[in-house]
Design a protein around this ligand. Structure first.
Ligand SMILES: [Zn+2]
Length: 144
């Protein structure tokens, strides 16, 4: 996920604790799902897991995680969170490769959000590569 719009100033991230349902949509609590990758430095084992954890990082506004899971060649200098944007739900639509046995992979997803209350969604095919042993996001193309 690479799109962001810049509006000035941030607001507090929605309150998500380790006991909250994980925003990525898997039936697990945040602390035992994407929270492990965000805070403990555990590496996401597959591209899909990385995609989910990056989506969850947008929800909890963990810019440091987004940057360290971004390939250095495509990584922006920083990540701004749009205060009018609220991520609602992630749907994983398709994946190719991206397992422990691969060095590249793609994840096609639809991320639902509201922008100033208006429902919308982002439909993207993201590319991932293994970089220094860990999966990182490289680029995404909008499918729509
Ligand atoms: Zn999760």
């Amino acid at each position: 996920m690479s799109r962001r719009t810049s509006r000035p100033r941030g607001t507090a991230a929605p309150r998500i604790t380790s006991a909250s349902p994980c925003p990525c949509g898997l039936p697990a609590v945040y602390g035992e799902c994407c929270g492990r990758f965000h805070s403990c430095g555990a590496a996401a084992p597959t591209c899909e897991a990385l995609m989910r954890s990056r989506y969850a990082a947008f929800v909890v506004q963990d810019a440091a995680y987004l940057l360290r899971t971004w390939h250095p060649e495509t990584r922006p200098p920083g990540v701004d969170f749009d205060p009018g944007m609220r991520w609602v739900r992630l749907e994983i639509l398709d994946t190719t490769e991206g397992s422990a046995f691969h060095s590249t992979g793609t994840v096609t997803f639809r991320a639902h959000y509201t922008d100033d209350g208006r429902p919308d969604s982002l439909h993207e095919k993201s590319r991932f590569v293994r970089h220094e042993g860990a999966w990182v996001y490289t680029t995404g193309v909008f499918v729509d």
